[in-house]
Design a binder for this molecule. Structure first.
Ligand code: PMP
Ligand code: GLU
Length: 395
């Protein structure tokens, strides 16, 4: 049977696939150490869990409006004003089943067949696939550790063509953990907007910051930016609510309305119970976030330090998110455990099968010279995993 264009062109998610494979091996009793999942190992805060239980008991078990329950949209509006200095009315906010769904909806609203979408690389694995689903063309703007994985106004200028419609920005970034300064971001975004592009600003790691790094929302830069930037955020990272599937987009009413129409015919909106929990997550105590980031910071320093002591591996110190993205391409030049390793997939597969550590290859992030290590796992696991990695490379 001939499958559709989308079925032929869209690939599996490497982040989800490696996580599933590691879980499968663990279920079989293999002592696997997982550094794959981009999900915090912390539990959902107790007050948020209680709000969900209360919501079920109080009868919030029916469809909410597609674009989100009014109380959650109000809480998101307040959050965006308080944290990000952005004023959005409820008609400018869309709540979805995860930030992932919000982003796809916006891509489908903004892009037509043949449009070009600029994606700075390394990128989160799902961006290009979403662009392909829309029939548009991903255009990669490559960066490396030499430029701290950052694009500039000048590099962006070279990638823009008359067909360019949209730019993806993700700071703090997955998989690199890089954070743009306000000055850098302002220059890039104002230029993109001047050139008539829309921008999706994926701010899902905004609160996972280290060493005094600051997050700024590009929609605040000027009036034109406010009209062209769609701000995306969610509950998966900051409140560990990955399985609850809750995220949102905020932006021009016209875009949010059209994105809601798409959602009308796909999921009918986010889970009603999760939405009630989301209100509590935003309005309740934020102590758990502070505790989590402090713990991530300890792990970050340890992981990066260990990685940089390994011959053939080098890693920048990330300023945000919970990933290390070491350069490992020097290892591709030699045999490891008697096997030749020529790319990030080879290395990751070998490590999974022979050393029982699960990393994610860099290739699906658009950077085959690197691998991604999520340090959203306990310090004990990190120590064990780094030990195994180091030992295996010496074998
Ligand atoms: N953006 C980035 C950069 C991510 O890493 C993720 C990972 N989950 C998402 C968006 C989507 O998050 P969710 O759909 O769980 O809200
Ligand atoms: N975003 C996380 C990651 O990069 C979760 C998995 C996914 O949705 O890609 O690992």
């Amino acid at each position: 049977m001939a499958l559709s264009r989308i079925a032929r062109e869209v690939k599996t998610s490497a982040t989800l696939a490696i996580t599933a494979r590691a879980k499968q091996l663990a279920a079989k009793g293999v002592d696997i150490i997982g550094f794959g999942a981009g999900e915090p190992d912390f539990d959902v805060p107790e007050n948020v869990k209680n709000a969900a239980i209360k919501a079920i008991r109080d009868g919030h078990n029916k469809y909410t409006p597609t674009s989100g329950a009014p109380d959650l949209k109000e809480a998101i509006g307040e959050k965006l004003f308080k944290d990000n200095n952005l004023r959005y009315s409820p008609s400018q906010i869309l709540v979805s089943a995860g930030a992932k769904q919000s982003i796809l909806n916006v891509v489908l609203v903004v892009c037509d067949t043949g449009d070009e979408v600029i994606i700075p690389a390394p990128y989160w694995v799902s961006y290009p696939e979403m662009v392909i689903m829309a029939g548009a063309k991903p255009v990669f703007l490559n960066t490396s550790d030499k430029e701290n994985f950052k694009i500039t106004k000048d590099s962006l200028a070279k990638a823009i063509t008359p067909k360019t419609k949209l730019l993806f920005m993700n700071s703090p970034g997955n998989p690199t953990g890089m954070v743009y300064t306000e000055k850098e971001l302002r220059e890039i975004i104002c230029f993109a907007v001047e050139k008539g592009l829309y921008v999706i600003s994926d701010e899902i790691y905004e609160k996972v910051l280290y060493d005094g790094a600051r997050h700024v929302s590009p929609a605040t830069f000027n009036e034109e930016c406010y009209k062209k930037v769609i701000t995306v955020n969610g509950f998966s990272k900051v409140y560990s609510m990955t399985g609850w599937r809750l995220g949102y987009a905020a932006g021009p009413e016209e875009i949010i309305k059209a994105a809601t129409n798409i959602q009308d015919h796909t999921t009918s909106g986010a889970n009603s119970v999760a939405q009630k929990a989301g209100v509590e997550a935003l309005k309740g105590s934020q102590d758990s976030v502070v505790i989590m980031v402090k713990e991530f910071d300890k792990r970050r320093k340890y992981v990066i330090d260990r990685l940089n002591k390994i011959k053939g591996v080098s890693c920048l110190l990330p300023q945000g998110a919970f990933y290390a993205f070491p350069k490992v391409s020097d290892l591709y030049k030699r045999k490891i455990a008697g096997q030749s390793v020529t790319n990030s997939f080879d290395l990751v597969n070998l490590l999974l099968e022979k050393a029982y550590v699960a990393f994610v290859p860099g290739a699906p992030f658009g950077a085959d010279d690197y691998i991604r290590i999520s340090y959203a796992t306990s310090m004990v696991n990190i120590e064990k995993g780094m030990e195994r990695f180091e030992k295996f490379l010496m074998s």
